[in-house]
Design a protein around this ligand. Structure first.
Ligand SMILES: [Zn+2]
Ligand SMILES: [Zn+2]
Length: 269
């Protein structure tokens, strides 16, 4: 059983209404041994909807985290993390926040491409489906040349969730030139990728990333991988982790990774 969820949100993230404590209580109920909170911070996020600015009140977050960590220390280990949105124009701000707080774990994600959130339709209108997906992978590759103060790359290929035909026309094989460069760079930097189970809850028939990418990562020598639900509500915590475990075993992995004080530990699957 996978007992660590390393990608979770609470109401400190703009897109969650759940209290941190409700996530913790659910984690204990599920028998988890570790939860890492990875609240959103997306510098430069455009104003589109009121309240959805993805700017983290980190002092308040840290205060609440410290309280709960202590309160529940005999039942579950809580880890202090963050999900930083990468973009070339915010490298300095990301550097600053990454080095200013005692994070256990940092996920670097790409939520904005050319300052556009593909969640909204205009991105794919502009690029078309295949080119839009390709441009997303290229953008991540460019971002990790500029910003490296992270532990794992978040939900690689989650852009397909917003593609005009979802995953119907998607195979990672069409993008392997860019994906290979990206994975090689991640390995060279000593970083990892995360296996994000949220796509399973949307019935997309894959994790992020797709199993073909996970297999390729293994072939290239990748070892560091964390597992996260990207849950924004208690019912999504550790979502379908048994399927993720099966997938990783099928892809040839025997261990997954957890982090504390930014240092990886490998745990048998
Ligand atoms: Zn994300
Ligand atoms: Zn997230």
């Amino acid at each position: 059983m996978l007992t660590s969820d390393f990608h979770t949100h609470s109401s400190f993230s703009s897109d969650s209404k759940t209290t941190m404590e409700d996530m913790v209580i659910q984690g204990i109920k599920l028998g988890l041994t570790k939860i890492c909170f990875t609240e959103h911070q997306d510098f430069g996020y455009p104003t589109i909807e009121p309240g959805m600015d993805f700017q983290l009140n980190i002092a308040a977050y840290k205060k609440q985290f410290d309280l709960l960590k202590e309160q529940y220390k005999n039942e579950i280990q809580l880890l202090f993390g963050i999900e930083l949105g990468m973009m070339d124009s915010v490298v300095q701000q990301n550097q600053e926040i990454a080095s200013s707080y005692p994070f256990d774990f940092i996920i670097a994600s790409c939520h904005l491409v050319d300052s556009m959130d593909p969640y909204y339709g205009e991105y794919f209108k502009l690029h078309g489906e295949k080119e839009g997906i390709h441009h997303y992978f290229e953008t991540i590759y460019e971002n990790i040349q500029l910003f490296t103060n992270f532990d794992v790359l978040g939900h690689l290929d989650y852009i397909v969730r917003y593609a005009p035909n979802l995953t119907v026309n998607y195979t990672p094989l069409d993008y392997f030139d860019t994906i290979d460069m990206l994975l090689k760079k991640i390995i060279e930097l000593g970083k990892g990728i995360e296996i994000n189970s949220s796509a399973l809850k949307y019935h997309l028939g894959q994790t992020h990333p797709h199993s073909l990418i996970i297999k390729r990562y293994k072939e290239l020598g990748g070892e560091i991988l964390t597992i996260g639900s990207d849950g924004h509500a208690p019912e999504h915590l550790a979502f379908d982790f048994p399927s993720v475990r099966e997938e990783l075993l099928t892809c040839g992995f025997q261990y997954y990774t957890v982090f504390e004080n930014r240092k990886p530990t490998f745990i048998p699957l």
